[in-house]
Design a protein around this ligand. Structure first.
Ligand SMILES: Nc1nc2c(ncn2[C@@H]2O[C@H](COP(=O)(O)OP(=O)(O)OP(=O)(O)O)[C@@H](O)[C@H]2O)c(=O)[nH]1
Length: 373
C-alpha cells in the first residue's frame, strides 16, 4: 500500500539529511578561525555580567565611570566574537534556513504531484513543512531524520483530518431509522462498500435493510441481493428501470414499520457531468431525505476521484467519502487530497474484496503507515 509515495517521502528525508551534512562540513573551517583568534587574544578582563553592571551603576555616580581604553575595547570585542564562534562550533549547531530547504522542498512538491496529490494540497503540505523546518536549530551529527519525518507527518495529518467524524458513533446515537445514501460513478466499489457496512452494523447488533436503488444497470439488483443474502440482511427491490426514489422511499417505510435501525441505499453509478442523473439523485434525496450521503470512489483513480468528489459535493452535499481499493493503491494521492478538497472527511478505506476489509479511517494511522519500515 502506498509504496511509491513512501519511497518519495523517504527520498525527501534523505535529501534534507545530505543538505545538513554539506552544511556541517562547511562549518568546519570556523574551528580554525577560532583557534587563530585564541592565539591572538591577550588576557583581558571579562566584561561584567548584567548583575555586576547594575551593582556598579548603583555604587558609582555616572560621571565617575572611566572610559575603556580603545585598545582594551578592541580586545573585548575580539574576545566576544571568539566566545560566540566557540559556542557555535563546540556546540556544533547550525540553523536551517530557506536556502538550505529550497531545492529539497521543490523536489518534495514534485514528488507529491507525481503521487497524484492535488496541487493545492501539495502546496499546503510543502508550506507547512517549510514553516516547521526553517529556523530549526540542529546539532551537527544528531539524527535529522526525526525532525524531517515529524514535519512531514504533521503536514500530512493536517490536510487529512478535515472535520473527522465517527460514523459508528453517529449511527449509534442518531434517531432510527438512520438513512444513508451511497453515490459515485460505476464500478468503484459502491455496492461492495454497502455490503461491508451492512455487516459492520449487523455485527454491532443493529438491524439493517438495503435498498436496491440502482435500477439502471442490468444485474445491479441481483448483485446487491446476493450480498444481502450472504450477510443476512433484508433487501427492498423493485423491477429494473423502476424509479429509484420509489424503491428507497419503500425501504424507509419498511424500516419505520419494523423498527429497523439502518437503511443503506444503493444508487446507480453516474458521472457527475450527467445532468439528468444528477437531478435524479436530488429527487431521491427529496423523497427519502438521507441523514448522510456517502461518496464512494476508488483510491487508485487518484486526482480523478478527488475531482469527482468535489463535483458530487457541489450537486448533493456529501457527508464524507469511502475510498475503496486502497490495497491496490501505490500513490496515496486521493487519500491525502480528498478531505482537504471537499472539506468532508474520509470515513472508511476499502482494503480488499472481503466483507471485513473495511477500515475505519484514522488520519494518524494513515500517516504512520506512510513512514512504517
Ligand atoms: N481490491 C479491492 N477490490 C474492491 C474493493 N471494493 C470493491 N472492490 C471490487 O471492485 C469491483 C466493483 O465493485 P462494485 O461494488 O460492484 O462496484 P459498484 O460501484 O457498485 O459498481 P456499479 O454496480 O457498476 O455501480 C468488484 O469486483 C469488487 O469486488 C476494495 O476495497 N479492494
Amino acid at each position: 500500500m502506498f509504496n511509491k509515495l513512501k519511497a518519495k517521502l523517504s527520498g525527501f528525508k534523505d535529501k534534507i539529511g545530505s543538505k545538513i551534512d554539506e552544511k556541517a562540513v562547511a562549518i568546519e573551517p570556523v574551528e580554525e578561525v577560532v583557534e587563530s583568534l585564541e592565539e591572538l587574544e591577550s588576557p583581558v578582563e571579562v566584561s561584567p555580567s548584567p548583575e555586576e553592571e547594575v551593582n556598579s551603576k548603583t555604587e558609582l555616580p555616572v560621571e565617575e565611570t572611566k572610559p575603556v581604553p580603545e585598545e582594551e575595547n578592541k580586545n573585548n570585542k575580539k574576545f566576544g566574537f571568539a566566545q560566540k564562534a566557540k559556542a557555535l562550533v563546540f556546540e556544533r549547531e547550525f540553523i536551517l534556513d530557506e536556502d538550505d530547504l529550497e531545492e529539497p522542498l521543490w523536489d518534495l512538491e514534485m514528488a507529491l504531484l507525481e503521487s497524484d496529490i492535488a496541487l493545492s494540497v501539495s502546496e499546503a503540505i510543502v508550506s507547512s513543512v517549510k514553516g516547521q523546518l526553517v529556523g530549526t536549530r540542529r546539532r551537527i551529527g544528531s539524527n535529522t531524520g526525526n525532525i524531517v519525518e515529524d514535519a512531514l507527518k504533521n503536514a500530512i495529518y493536517d490536510v487529512m483530518s478535515a472535520n473527522v467524524f465517527d460514523l459508528d458513533e453517529f449511527v449509534k446515537n442518531a434517531e432510527k431509522p438512520v438513512h444513508i445514501v451511497f453515490i459515485g460513478i460505476n464500478g468503484t466499489g459502491k455496492t461492495t462498500s454497502i455490503a461491508k457496512l451492512s455487516k459492520r452494523f449487523k455485527d454491532q447488533g443493529m438491524s439493517v435493510v438495503v435498498a436496491a436503488g440502482d435500477t439502471f444497470r442490468a444485474g445491479a439488483i441481483d448483485q446487491l441481493a446476493i450480498h444481502a443474502n450472504k450477510i443476512g440482511v433484508k433487501i427492498i427491490k423493485h423491477q429494473e428501470q423502476g424509479d429509484p426514489a420509489a424503491v428507497i422511499y419503500d425501504a424507509m417505510q419498511h424500516a419505520k414499520a419494523h423498527d429497523v435501525d439502518v437503511v443503506l441505499s444503493d444508487t446507480a453509478g453516474r458521472m457527475h457531468t450527467n445532468i439528468n442523473l444528477m437531478e435524479q439523485l436530488k429527487k431521491v434525496c427529496r423523497v427519502a431525505p438521507p441523514d448522510l450521503i456517502i461518496f464512494v470512489d476508488e483510491a487508485v483513480a487518484g486526482n480523478d476521484a478527488v475531482e469527482r468528489a468535489a463535483q458530487f459535493n457541489d450537486a448533493v452535499p456529501i457527508s464524507g467519502s469511502i475510498l475503496t481499493k486502497t490495497d491496490a493503491d501505490s500513490k496515496g494521492g486521493a487519500a491525502i487530497s480528498i478531505a482537504y478538497i471537499t472539506g468532508k472527511p474520509i470515513l472508511f478505506l476499502g482494503m480488499g474484496q472481503g466483507y471485513d476489509d473495511l477500515r475505519k479511517f484514522d488520519p494518524q494511522w494513515f500517516v504512520d503507515q506512510l513512514f512504517a519500515e
